[in-house]
Design a protein around this ligand. Structure first.
Ligand code: SF4
Length: 382
């Protein structure tokens, strides 16, 4: 693996160092999820990074300091070296987490092995509060029952849990019940994914922009009372919603929800909002470096270049972090520095990753459609 030869010292600025590095260790998976970003198949791709290359990548990632390292898939358990890779990350001082698929590979024994390897957290997907909703989503009968067993075992073993839920038109009506169900497993974080139509995800499966707002309102209220943190994934406009709600509540003399979560674990929370390519970087199973797993534009390949150099200096990553180059409503928006819209969804639906977020109802102050927005941007009132 190529190490960066440039001389900058790591710091906490997202132009230099991401908060999260996600490595898709394989695209192979035995589930058949409706919305799968990776369009996963059961067989492994021979072009995957080898164990040696993976260890080199992990070493190179330390050039960012100590970002959170997430080993995802596909199903990471499809790789027999997954425990070695986790241990490598832990030994290098990286908070290392894993997102296994709930398949027969995720036995009680393998969960205990993941714990022993040193994971800081395990992420598990739950997309419905009943077998009917969850199993039809995941494409495998019995997945809900096993997911509940896995979550129960993790709670018993003291393994910090993150629960991921992808919101689509098939489960939006189940939102409240899912929120209630997961509190029984004491997760540290509920990550609510909003569908990006890439891989097997289809635009027709998305909820409407108005339903995003309704889901945001629920997330905001739940964040005040639930014993776990709640964050959005590929919906940074939740931060705009929450900022507006906090202002309204402060003015009304009410106590607003915390800005960046109050519940702590070994991982901690990002000190400010992250977005595609801005605090966040994704390495594909073949080593391509993307701003997001939902945004398949490559800044370079870790087989040829340092991930540090790609993240900091590639034209793609520089552009995507430059919010003066955002177009349409996002370019005009007084919230753009805390939001910026999903760059992945903009790309998936318009072919331009700097276009406006297509699923945001907010109209910036003074915005006129057809302008670049830069002329009409106002001071934030947040
Ligand atoms: S217009 Fe764009 S930047 Fe503004 S809140 Fe909506 S998505 Fe975020």
């Amino acid at each position: 693996m190529i190490k960066s030869t440039r001389n900058e010292k790591p710091n906490i600025g997202f132009d230099l160092c991401p908060f999260i590095v996600i490595w898709e260790v394989t695209q192979s998976c035995d589930l058949a999820c409706l919305h799968c970003r990776a369009d996963a198949r059961t067989c492994r791709d021979p072009r995957e990074l080898t164990t040696y290359q993976g260890r080199g990548l992990i070493d190179d990632i330390t050039g960012f300091g100590s970002p959170l390292l997430v080993l995802t898939g596909g199903d990471p358990l499809k790789r027999e070296d997954i425990y070695e890779l986790i241990t490598c990350g832990v030994e290098k001082g990286l908070r290392t987490t894993v997102s296994p698929s709930v398949t027969p590979l995720l036995t009680d024994g393998s969960i205990l092995k993941l714990k022993k390897a040193g994971i800081s957290r395990m992420a598990v997907s739950l997309d419905g509060s009943t077998p009917l909703v969850h199993d039809s989503f995941r494409g495998v009968h019995g997945s809900f029952r096993r997911t509940v067993e896995v979550l129960s075992l993790c709670a018993l073993e003291g393994i910090p849990i993150q629960i991921n839920t992808t919101v689509t038109k098939y489960n939006i009506g189940d939102f409240d019940s899912i929120a209630k169900l997961i509190s029984g497993f004491s997760p540290v974080l509920w990550s609510v994914f909003f569908l990006v139509p890439t891989g097997r995800g289809r635009a027709a499966d998305s909820v409407s922009a108005l339903e995003y707002e309704e889901a945001f309102a629920k997330m905001y209220e739940l964040s005040k009372v639930m014993p776990y943190d709640i964050k959005s994934t590929e919906a940074p406009h939740y931060r705009r919603f929450a900022a507006q709600a906090r202002v309204r509540e402060s003015r009304a003399g009410k106590r607003p929800a915390a800005a960046y979560g109050g519940k702590r674990d070994a991982i901690g929370r990002a000190p400010r909002g992250i977005n595609d390519g801005k605090g966040f970087v994704f390495v594909s199973h073949t080593g391509e470096v993307y701003p997001s797993g939902f945004l398949p534009l490559s800044g370079g390949n870790v087989k040829n270049e340092s991930i540090v150099d790609i993240y900091r200096y590639s034209p793609l990553f520089r552009e995507i972090r430059d919010y003066d180059r955002l177009k349409g409503k996002c370019g005009a928006c007084e919230f753009k520095n805390i939001c910026g819209g999903s760059r992945a969804r903009a790309y998936a639906l318009t072919g331009d990753c700097m276009e406006s977020e297509p699923f945001c109802v907010y109209v910036p102050k003074g915005y006129e459609a057809g302008t670049s927005g830069r002329e009409s941007a106002c001071e934030a009132e947040i």
